[in-house]
Write a protein that binds this ligand. Structure first.
Ligand SMILES: CC[C@H]1O[C@@H](n2cnc3c(N)ncnc32)[C@H](O)[C@@H]1O
Length: 482
């Protein structure tokens, strides 16, 4: 089948579905009609998109951790602890790395070793190996809605089992789970794989079951200019909408300058809604997610709580619909349930104290948001032009041309020419725009902001600033001063 941004027809989909469900033994237990009935039996308060919509309408920010362990009995205890002791409004099931690479044999070994050793030998929850029935045992044991979080280029089977297993939200996208995660995965392939995922979600929607979808906002999580992450979020939203997805949460990873971060969320919401309207998708519900600091974390737990609280404040002041919460064990690895719950409680404390305040309409945020909107439109308009109107083709062509270019991404399909650096206030600016199709005035804006830092630091604008900014995090700073 040729790559096109076109709804997959039923014959093609069912033919592909046969192969997908045959790719691991647990696939044979998936029965669409039966799964629709199971999904319809899930109580209203456990439907992910409903809870998001309610919070968005009330201007509240929900809190959600990441969490996943190998043994499903332990995974249930972990998630119950996070909703009881952590106060999580929304729950995850973070999938292990083997499953993300379709290496289910190794995930199976991980489960066996975890049973033998009594501790999790996987860095997440192996959904495919457990299959529908055990996933339903997990999702039914919880009070709150549960979402599958992962990083899987080919997530077709994972999607089938996740939705049949009672999860009501699913993270990822053909760009956001490829370019920042993989070196050799063809972008054309992953866009098509994720069209399958979104078509399946569309079929559930048509059967009366709403599944929330969430493109992965932060990308590499390192100095990503908001216009680039916003462009990817809008593209993945439009590709999903074409396949019939109706409930989408678009995201962004905290960069550190609070004005820019609030403006990023404001512009993301504005851009996503305007592009959906422009392309005729009038019935898609949009919410936003802010990811707490995705860069390096301090080992010292008190300092880690400082970083967590700073991200919580930004999420609240940006009126993000939900915030993804970090833990004081971030620097060490997979957190204990206690550390995970503590991160949630710290976050909820700050979110609650700031719930009556907002920065989204202050002039400096509006100005920054306008710049991000203009930059993102330059990129998206060129993507459509390169695709001669077809967004999927345009996306592949845009990466080839460097029109879409994600800093520090490992993928060989990524040009890697764009160089970000912080300005004197810590906002992420673009030192080398590579082949980004910016207008001259936008390029001048970035140059001027970096020259301002250059004058303050009495050194030329250079690549050294980029290096210093990357290393600054580990030293507890934002701007890498000389
Ligand atoms: C996107 C990367 C983020 O996911 C987090 N993460 C990955 N696997 C798990 C896990 N199994 N439990 C909790 N957090 C996790 C990791 O700490 C990092 O903050």
């Amino acid at each position: 089948m040729e790559l096109r941004n076109k709804r997959i027809d039923n014959d093609t989909f069912y033919k592909e579905r046969k192969e997908v469900l045959a790719s691991w033994p647990t696939g044979k237990d998936v029965n669409f009609e039966e799964a629709v009935e199971f999904q319809k039996s899930i109580p209203e308060e456990k439907i992910f998109g409903r809870k998001l919509a309610q919070a968005d309408a009330e201007g509240r920010t929900l809190i959600q951790p990441r969490a996943g362990v190998a043994l499903y009995t332990e995974h249930i205890k972990l998630l119950q602890f996070l909703e009881e002791e952590g106060g999580a409004d929304l729950l995850p099931s973070t999938v292990d790395s083997y499953t993300r690479l379709n290496r289910y044999h190794e995930a199976e070994n991980g489960i066996i070793k975890s049973k033998e050793s009594g501790r999790s030998m996987l860095n997440g929850f192996p959904i495919v190996n457990y299959g529908t029935k055990i996933c339903r045992t997990v999702t039914s044991a919880l009070k709150n809605p549960v979402q599958v979080r992962h990083g899987t280029p080919d997530a077709r089977l994972l999607t089938e089992i996740s939705i049949a297993g009672g999860f009501t939200s699913y993270e990822g996208g053909g760009i956001s789970y490829n370019i920042p995660y993989s070196k050799n995965f063809s972008l054309e392939k992953t866009i098509m794989y994720w069209q399958y995922t979104d078509r399946l979600v569309g079929m559930y929607e048509e059967a009366g079951v709403s599944i929330n979808r969430e493109p992965f906002g932060p990308l590499t999580g390192t100095l990503i200019p908001p216009c680039i992450s916003n462009a990817v979020a809008v593209i993945e939203t439009l590709l999903a909408a074409e396949q019939g997805v109706k409930d989408i949460t678009v995201g962004y990873g905290q960069c550190g300058n609070i004005i820019q971060d609030v403006a990023a969320i404001r512009s993301l919401r504005e851009l996503t809604n305007s592009y959906l309207k422009q392309y005729g998708y009038d019935d898609v519900r949009i919410t936003t997610v802010f990811h707490q600091w995705m860069g390096g974390f301090p080992q010292d737990e008190a300092k880690a709580f400082g970083v967590i609280s700073w991200g919580s404040a930004t999420a609240a002041l940006a009126k993000a619909t939900k915030v993804i919460v970090k833990t004081p064990h971030e620097a060490m690895g997979v957190p204990t349930k206690e550390a995970n719950a503590a991160g949630l409680r710290a976050t909820k404390q700050v979110i609650s104290m700031l719930r009556d305040q907002s920065l989204i309409d202050i002039p400096v945020v509006e100005q920054e948001s306008d710049v991000i909107v203009r930059e993102t439109k330059c990129i998206l308009d060129k993507v459509f032009e390169l695709g001669k109107g077809d967004l999927a083709l345009g996306t592949v062509a845009a990466f080839e041309a460097g029109v879409l270019d994600i800093p520090f991404a490992p993928s060989r399909y990524n040009a890697g020419k764009v160089l970000p650096a912080r300005d004197d206030n810590g906002a992420v600016r673009i030192l080398d725009t590579g082949n980004l199709p910016f207008t001259e005035d936008l390029k001048a804006f970035h140059r001027e902001r970096l020259e301002e830092r250059s004058r303050f630091e009495n050194r030329p604008v250079s690549f050294q600033m980029v290096i210093d900014d990357v290393y600054a995090i580990g030293k507890g700073f934002l701007v890498g001063r000389p």
